[in-house]
Ligand binder design. Structure first.
Ligand code: BG6
Length: 493
């Protein structure tokens, strides 16, 4: 099966931070794949910008190296790689300085009428200054748009400051705040599942759903990002953005259309109806953890504090939360969230557990009747499983089994699953903001996260230690088991 290509207009994409980790690991491979698929029109240009004094050829060599490293060999065809590299040019520029912008202006001049995308793959403290300098140097045309990555601030106040600075130069409908989770295939499938099927929506409420779990588990530690991570922690790094966005897509009311603002209006309502977690309920609703030395991904790994080289860090590398939504639809339906580094496996999934049947007609010999569960798996093996009770096949009386109706997307469709960035970059060119966060969403999310951070800061408690390669501190198990529920395990029967 082949994927459908939707053509886009000719564009110039200017990547600030062009030699950085994000550009090499994600942006260049994503652009290569789109080019390979024939989606990047003839004449479209990718212009790398960074401080390093490189020539076009030097930058093409950097990009070649990035493709070697981050694109699987079987997907790299020499002729296609060559054709892609020819699209790349480079402008040396220190974006922290006022001078030196004429080089970029000169390169952009011949494409003045084109769609122009400024992708800020830089440190967030440069978002405002770069936008200001783009404006001052006359580089922001009517068809220009800007892409910014998380973190947008570290609290409500700093997020507002970043949004103000970017908003002085670009109107909201030309600001694309990336949350790459929204570009993941299964996340969009969640929308298809909910709104293109008649089956689920009537049951999608407190009368029929017992609770929802969202897990984003990683085996990696903090590696080279320890400096950033230690100032952020799991709550800021994963919950404020990715996990709350997933929660919104599960919990939102059906939007009137798939238009950007229709969807974002509904997500915003969810964010605004999250029940506050503050000092008095913080201990019951949250668990923080920090990994110690252990074994992960097949080998011995050091603890967080050793990796960081600082024995006193209180930064959490794991967090579990019980979240409540104040609305008719979700009254008394808890959403349990957990995410962490150095957990036993890399898995991201949303599990919707339905209520038990009201009365069993079967006798004890049939065995226990488990609840229906809808498991939406984002990674590593994307797909949807619907756990049902069925009869054990064959004679021997009525015995019941809990089994999944399994829809694995790779098997079902046999196509390469595009990386989230492939879809998102092209959405920017198309001018489609549905999968990007609006300013008010980001700020509403910070508004809810802030009191949790304050509640933690107000206690003398430290994050609870957990051994690398385990599912976080025991308190995270207690968080859900106190309510008579358990974290979902895929082989549960
Ligand atoms: C990033 C976080 O936003 O998401 C990282 O900053 C995290 O800490 C990453 O590792 C996870 O993304 P994915 O797509 O690998 O699940």
């Amino acid at each position: 099966m082949t994927t459908r290509i939707i053509p886009v207009e000719v564009f110039d994409l200017v990547v600030f931070g062009a030699t950085g980790d994000l550009a090499q690991r994600k942006l260049l491979p994503a652009l290569y794949h789109r080019d390979q698929a024939g989606q990047i029109p003839q004449g479209a240009r990718i212009i790398g910008v960074s401080r390093r004094g490189l020539s076009d050829a030097d930058y093409q060599a950097v990009a070649w190296q990035a493709l070697e490293e981050y694109v699987p060999e079987k997907e790299r065809k020499p002729a296609e790689v060559d054709a892609f590299l020819k699209r790349l040019s480079y402008v040396p520029l220190d974006a922290t300085q006022d001078k030196g912008w004429e080089g970029l202006a000169k390169v952009l001049k011949p494409g003045e009428d084109r769609i122009r995308v400024f992708y800020l793959a830089t440190s967030p403290d440069l978002f405002g200054p770069i936008c200001e300098r783009l404006g001052k140097n006359g580089l922001v045309t009517a068809k220009s748009r800007v892409v910014v990555e998380k973190p947008i601030g570290r609290d409500l106040e700093s997020a507002r400051a970043v949004n103000d600075a970017v908003g002085k130069v670009f109107p909201e409908n030309r600001i694309y705040r990336i949350d790459h989770y929204l570009g993941k295939e299964t996340v969009q499938n969640l929308m298809a599942l909910r709104f293109a099927n008649a089956l689920f929506e009537p049951l999608w409420n407190a009368s029929h759903i017992d609770h929802v779990q969202i897990t984003v588990a990683e085996t990696l530690g903090v590696e080279s990002r320890a400096g950033y991570y230690d100032t952020a922690g799991a709550l800021r790094d994963m919950v404020q953005n990715h996990m709350l966005q997933l929660l919104c897509l599960v919990a939102m009311e059906p939007p009137t259309s798939i238009e950007a603002d229709a969807v974002r209006d509904e997500k915003l309502k969810v964010l605004k109806s999250l029940q506050p977690i503050v000092a008095h309920n913080g201990a019951n609703m949250t668990v923080r953890g920090q990994y110690r030395a252990g074994a992960s991904a097949g080998g011995a790994v050091p603890g967080y504090l050793d990796e960081l080289g600082s024995p006193s860090s209180k930064t959490e590398t794991f967090v579990a939360l019980k979240v409540e939504i104040g609305s008719w639809r979700w009254n008394s339906v808890p959403f349990y969230l957990r995410t962490g580094k150095r957990l036993p496996e890399r898995v991201s999934e949303i599990v919707v557990t339905f209520k038990p049947i009201p009365h069993s007609v079967f006798d004890d010999g049939a065995g226990p009747i488990d609840t229906n569960r809808l498991v939406i798996r984002l990674q590593p093996d994307e797909g949807v499983k619907l756990w049902l009770m069925i009869k054990d096949p064959g004679p021997g009386g009525m015995r019941l089994q809990h089994v999944p109706l399994d829809m694995s997307f790779a098997e079902a469709f046999g196509v390469r699953n595009p990386d989230a960035y492939e879809r998102l970059i092209l959405d920017v060119v198309r001018g489609n903001q549905t999968l990007f966060m609006r300013r008010d969403e980001v700020e509403a999310a910070w508004n809810w996260i802030g009191p949790i951070l304050d509640a933690w800061a107000a206690t003398a408690d430290l994050p609870k230690p957990y051994t690398a390669g385990t599912w976080g501190p025991a308190a995270a198990v207690a968080l859900i088991e106190r309510d008579g529920r358990t974290w979902h395990e895929d082989d549960a029967s």
